[in-house]
Design a protein around this ligand. Structure first.
Ligand SMILES: Cc1cc2nc3c(=O)[nH]c(=O)nc-3n(C[C@H](O)[C@H](O)[C@H](O)COP(=O)(O)OP(=O)(O)OC[C@H]3O[C@@H](n4cnc5c(N)ncnc54)[C@H](O)[C@@H]3O)c2cc1C
Length: 322
């Protein structure tokens, strides 16, 4: 059996730009070991003349995700390894890694809480793994609402967003329903999404369904359109214009193309005012007959937990089959 300190050859299966100088790399591992939130991997590069450079990167994906890990890397000007990863590495390349490493500060759901996580710079990425682990563990707001207090260098995130990086579930990932969560199937389209304990499913009888937390104002709103005439980015652009008319102080932070389980998609992130600042992240996915938009809405002060919950909702989401 493989041990964490043995090197293995990983394959790059996805590269996602998060900001102009931060990218998330998805690596498929032939000998995967479940990590604990807070651990890292080492990457080793070898030049043709035998020169080697080795750096550590925190694991940004949830421990529940099998056979793959995500590492989120900030490109440093003249940085030997980070600039190679950003400028040279492409999907399909192979790279030497070892891990998971580190046991100084790790956490698992069984250890309980409360947790207070504070980080700056790239160490924030370790907290992503923590927050996803918290959400997936089935006690999303009990622990998660206190999970992230971040200080993000302004150069690493686009202006007007305080979000931690968002990752799209890759094509190969099967839906993940966290233990204790139920599954809601939409009667009209057949999409499925997991429902945390203590959340209520409220339908308007038409295309809108809301999953509402009974102990906080956080909600997941899902809308669908039949036979949309535009691509996901254009549909989300129209949604953004509609939000601007409906929401006080609406401020879009980003609108960008994405992929979800091999389907074309778009991500829209925005804030608005409703007594205080609210934060929302909307994923619009194009399926053969529908555009399904799934959006988490939380108070901005709960954003760390809200984002992690959204990751769990996305991991569980099954788009309409037709
Ligand atoms: C446990 C752990 C987890 C980590 N997790 C992450 C993570 O999740 N994401 C992440 O992005 N990073 C993470 N890091 C940092 C990462 O390991 C690297 O240190 C980082 O990517 C920089 O490596 P580099 O090879 O690109 O830069 P380096 O080549 O090491 O250079 C670093 C900086 O020093 C400057 N420099 C280099 N040589 C000189 C010189 N002679 N004179 C003056 N300046 C010089 C470079 O220009 C650059 O700005 C982590 C580190 C540790 C220890």
């Amino acid at each position: 059996m493989k041990r964490p300190l043995e090197w293995q050859i990983a394959t790059v299966t996805a590269i996602k730009p998060e900001t102009p100088n931060v990218k998330t790399f998805t690596l498929r591992l032939p000998q995967w070991l479940r990590h604990r939130a807070g651990q890292h991997y080492d990457i080793r590069l070898t030049a043709p003349d035998g020169y080697q450079a080795q750096r550590s990167y925190s694991i940004a994906s949830a421990p529940e995700r099998e056979n793959e890990i995500e590492l989120t890397v900030e490109r440093l000007e003249d940085g030997e390894v980070s600039s190679y990863l950003h400028d040279v590495l492409v999907v399909g390349d192979q790279i030497e890694v070892r891990g998971p490493i580190g046991g100084y500060f790790v956490w698992e759901a069984e250890l309980g809480g409360p947790l207070l996580l504070i980080a700056g710079g790239s160490v924030l990425l370790a907290l992503v793994s923590f927050t996803v682990a918290v959400a997936v563990s089935g006690d999303p707001l009990g622990l998660g609402s206190q999970a992230v207090a971040s200080t993000v260098p302004p150069t690493t995130l686009p202006p007007s967003t305080t979000a931690v990086p968002t990752t799209i579930t890759p094509t190969t990932q099967a839906p993940v329903v966290p233990p204790g969560w139920a599954v809601h199937t939409d009667p009209a389209t057949g999409y499925q999404v997991a429902v945390p304990p203590g959340w209520q499913v409220v339908s308007d009888g038409g295309p809108r369904t809301e999953l509402r937390d009974q102990s906080s104002p956080t909600l997941l709103r899902i809308d669908w359109l039949l036979d949309p005439q535009a691509d996901p980015v254009s549909v989300e652009q129209q949604a953004s214009q509609a939000h601007a008319g409906e929401l006080d102080g609406y401020s879009p932070a980003r609108l960008e193309p994405a992929q979800f389980k091999g389907l074309p998609a778009a991500l829209l992130e925005f804030t608005y005012q409703d007594g205080e600042t609210w934060h929302a992240l909307e994923l619009g996915v194009r399926t053969p007959r529908h555009h399904v938009a799934m959006a988490i809405h939380t108070r901005d002060r709960d954003w760390g937990a809200g984002w992690a919950l959204f990751e769990a909702f996305k991991a569980s989401f099954v788009p309409p089959p037709t």
